[in-house]
Design a protein around this ligand. Sequence first.
Ligand SMILES: C[S@@+](CC[C@H](N)C(=O)[O-])C[C@H]1O[C@@H](n2cnc3c(N)ncnc32)[C@H](O)[C@@H]1O
Length: 195
Amino acid sequence: MEQAVFNVLSELEMRDERERMQNVPVGERILALNPDAAKLLYITALSANAKNIVEVGTNRGYSTIWLALVARKTGGKVTTCEIDPAKATEAQSYFEKAGLSDYIEVLVGDARETLRKFDTPVDLLFIDAVKGQYETYFDVMYKQLRVGSLVIADNAVSHGDALLDYIMYVQNHPNLESVTVPIGSGLEITIKARE
Ligand SMILES: C[S@@+](CC[C@H](N)C(=O)[O-])C[C@H]1O[C@@H](n2cnc3c(N)ncnc32)[C@H](O)[C@@H]1O
């Protein structure tokens, strides 16, 4: 990856670590995806040749930048949802600094509403927002998930209790295959295998 992207990712990783150590309140922290989990997200998305990528939970855009690197290679685009306008604005400045803003559209507002207008088939959905709402984000997007598309959800291990209903849902759904991968905070990786 080029220097500008590397620098922004490193800056966000250091900021995340600093905020954790200083006990900054959770609502103000950048809560970036674990770097190893981010790399697995990138590898998985790229190997799936994902073009149309949707993310729920931008924060300051750490995972979005990894996904935008995929979109740039595949000729696609990342649509990322953030409920907090101030975080969305700050994320945009990181996207510009990384030279990736052409590959990212930010939907500001509650993803449970903003994604209802989304009418394009999706190759990859990444979920990293309010833990008790994963099933709703999933349901809102389900009809747009093409067969073979992936849904990756963060915190499947760190918030295993809060995500239990979601994990049970995707692991027992007749059209899906799903596995919990213990990397970082835990990724639930799901494929829509059948219509
Ligand atoms: C864990 S952070 C996302 C971290 C980001 N994926 C990363 O790796 O840098 C979760 C974010 O989801 C946002 N959020 C919470 N509820 C939301 C909703 N209903 N729609 C859109 N964003 C939401 C929060 O404001 C917060 O910024």
